[in-house]
Write a new protein. Structure first.
Length: 614
């Protein structure tokens, strides 16, 4: 398969398995089991929640029929023939079925009577308690093993008792966070972190409108997390996701103030993979939130994700000209250009809002991709790797040694060719080399190994967000010598599987550790995300929507490099202290795979599901 299929694979692990059981799944067919007297889930057949509590508190008629059919056949791996649940992946339904199966077995082991709603809740509560027990054990281990010295921490230890606004102030000038991890006690978290709810906390401003632009969205979880909370109910909300609008029609019907827009790439291996939210406040100011997590529960629980929270951009005076209010990085104009690639109806209102706010305090570059085939000299030629090349050529200092290593850290890998020189080095490396034009230093690829995932807070199930395929790897085993372990003790995230994507150039292992630049992005290592040039390098083809922010030291801290360690010998001017170290989330130097360490492949999880269902 070309590209990664991005994360689309992560919830399609069993899609190609031949279904076996047969059952009538028509809407009017009678119930096949004695069902508890529970309220029917408002999202009906489109619900894809995998929260045990939700599956016991609400009744799902179609799911109940599927479970009955699978019980009769004895096959809990393959879905019944005739299965049709719009907008819900097969693997998601299999997870729902497995939760129900575990609950029923646990309840039946202690009582042969039919399950009542209370016994369902009790048995699933036991499942949740078992998960909590494992998390508590992980926390205890975390407290004992992750005692990094203060000098090695990128930022000082913080706690969640501070408001998100206080933490945002503390995060200056980078405004870069990791997501909170459920298995890490807040007081033991060595970095500034935020939950999804934090991003919409009243301390940041009183919200008047929101837009969520993402790949995967669990509508019920989203509404529970944010839009069901006081202060956000009935606030105009637009949701743009990878799919078709009818897949989430139930959301718009249940919440009239929500408008849903599905978008699809015109290219077969392209996706709408961007992850961001736009927030307008009642004083007509706004913020941009760019992150790496899908809007699904698991992405915000025990995984490593990155978040950038922009400064609050105030409304400009009516007398301002259209050229006023942009930043030195042209963030506002680049964001408008990016949003203009969507169907006009979906983003027109937000483009108008953005045109009217002052973004001059924003000091990051927007590095985005959009589906396009464009010639050199046109606006479409400024997406993906071409945009990175343009920015790095213009601002990154020539003092950066071309031998500095390039580090790529991702959660999926596409089809890259027969060798490093086919695309990674010749196109991506060249673009990321900036003024040097040639990638002369080594390239390190951080992608979790099988042992990394096995040791994670979620165990092997943590690999559900890592859709790299063994069949793809067989075509590019040359990658093995570039692969590096996921190791993030400095941020306390070594056991939180990384769904974050980052790219950076760092100084060699000897001497003071520095970064030439740092990119946080939704883009994995793939041609679909970054684009592919033709042989004459004057025609670019990009398949997916992506978005990220580039941190450049010359713009952000008025220095040639970011320092990483607090004990660095770097210093500021005589009149001012040095800027804080950049909060790099991974450990350096990087650690190569062991001789017998395989990468994590999504087929491992597929086999695990098959084994547990047999």
């Amino acid at each position: 398969m070309e590209e990664n299929g991005h994360e689309s694979k992560r919830l399609k692990l069993s899609q190609e398995v031949e279904p076996v059981a047969v059952v009538d799944l028509t809407p009017n067919s009678p119930p096949t089991t004695t069902t508890p007297k529970l309220p029917v889930c408002q999202f009906g057949d489109k619900c894809y929640r995998r929260n045990p509590a939700h599956l016991t508190e609400f009744f799902h008629p179609l799911l109940d029929k599927i479970y009955t059919a699978m019980s009769k056949s004895g096959n809990f791996f393959s879905l019944p023939t005739g299965f049709d649940k719009p907008g819900v992946e097969r693997a998601t339904v299999l997870e729902q079925i497995q939760i129900l199966k575990d609950a029923k077995q646990k309840a039946n082991s202690s009582d042969d009577k039919a399950l009542s709603s209370s016994s369902w809740s009790s048995s699933l509560s036991d499942i949740r308690e078992e998960r909590k027990r494992k998390f508590l054990e992980s926390r205890q281990e975390q407290g004992q093993s992750s005692k990094a010295s203060p000098s090695s921490l990128p930022v000082k230890i913080t706690t969640s008792r501070k408001s998100i606004l206080d933490r945002w102030e503390e995060s200056r000038p980078y405004n870069y966070f990791l997501t909170k991890v459920a298995a890490i006690r807040p007081e033991a978290d060595p970095v500034l972190s935020a939950s999804f709810k934090d991003l919409f906390d009243p301390s940041l401003g009183e919200i008047s409108a929101v837009a969520h632009i993402n790949f995967m969205i669990d509508p019920e979880w989203l509404m529970e997390q944010v839009h069901g909370q006081p202060g956000l109910q009935e606030k105009p909300t637009r949701i743009i996701f990878d799919g078709v609008a009818k897949d989430m029609q139930g959301l718009a019907e249940a919440y009239p103030w929500v408008k849903v827009f599905g978008v699809k790439s015109p290219f077969p291996f392209g996706h709408h993979h961007t992850k961001m939210s736009l927030v307008q406040y009642t004083d007509l100011s706004m913020r941009f939130l760019i992150y790496t997590a899908n809007l699904i529960e698991s992405d915000w629980e025990n995984r490593t994700q990155g978040i950038w929270i922009s400064p609050r951009c105030p409304k400009m005076p009516v007398s301002s000209s259209s050229s006023d209010g942009d930043s030195s990085t042209k963030f506002r104009s680049d964001m408008i250009q990016y949003l203009s690639t969507y169907p006009v109806q979906a983003t027109r209102a937000w483009i108008d809002i953005i045109k009217g706010v002052d973004c001059s305090e924003i000091k990051v570059y927007l590095i985005a991709s959009a589906p396009v085939t464009a010639n050199s000299g046109t606006s479409g030629f400024q997406w993906g790797s071409c945009k990175m090349e343009k920015v790095l050529k213009s601002v990154v200092d020539e003092e950066t040694d071309p031998s500095w290593p390039l580090v790529i850290q991702c959660s999926s890998i596409g089809t890259l060719g027969k060798g490093l020189g086919d695309w990674v080095e010749s196109e991506l490396g060249t673009a990321f080399a900036g003024k040097d034009r040639v990638q002369k230093g080594p390239i390190h690829l951080i992608y979790p190994s099988y042992p990394n995932v096995k040791a994670s807070f979620e165990g092997l199930h943590g690999g559900g967000c890592l859709p790299y395929s063994a069949s793809t790897h067989k075509k590019q085993t040359w990658l093995d010598k570039y692969l590096c372990q996921w190791k993030a003790d400095r941020s306390g995230r070594s056991r939180a599987v990384p769904h974050i994507k980052s790219y950076f150039r760092m100084s060699p292992e000897s001497g003071v550790r520095k970064l030439a630049w740092f990119l946080l992005t939704s883009a994995n290592l793939s041609k679909a995300a970054w684009g592919k040039l033709n042989k004459t390098r004057d025609r670019l083809s990009v398949m997916s929507w992506e978005a990220g922010v580039l941190f450049v030291p010359q713009i952000m801290v008025s220095q040639n490099h970011f320092r990483i360690d607090t004990d660095s010998s770097s210093s500021g001017s005589n009149s001012s202290p040095p800027p804080p170290p950049f909060p790099l989330h991974v450990d350096i130097p990087v650690v190569k795979y062991g001789k017998d360490d395989p990468p994590w492949f999504f087929e491992i999880l597929q086999a695990l599901i098959s084994q547990s269902s047999s």
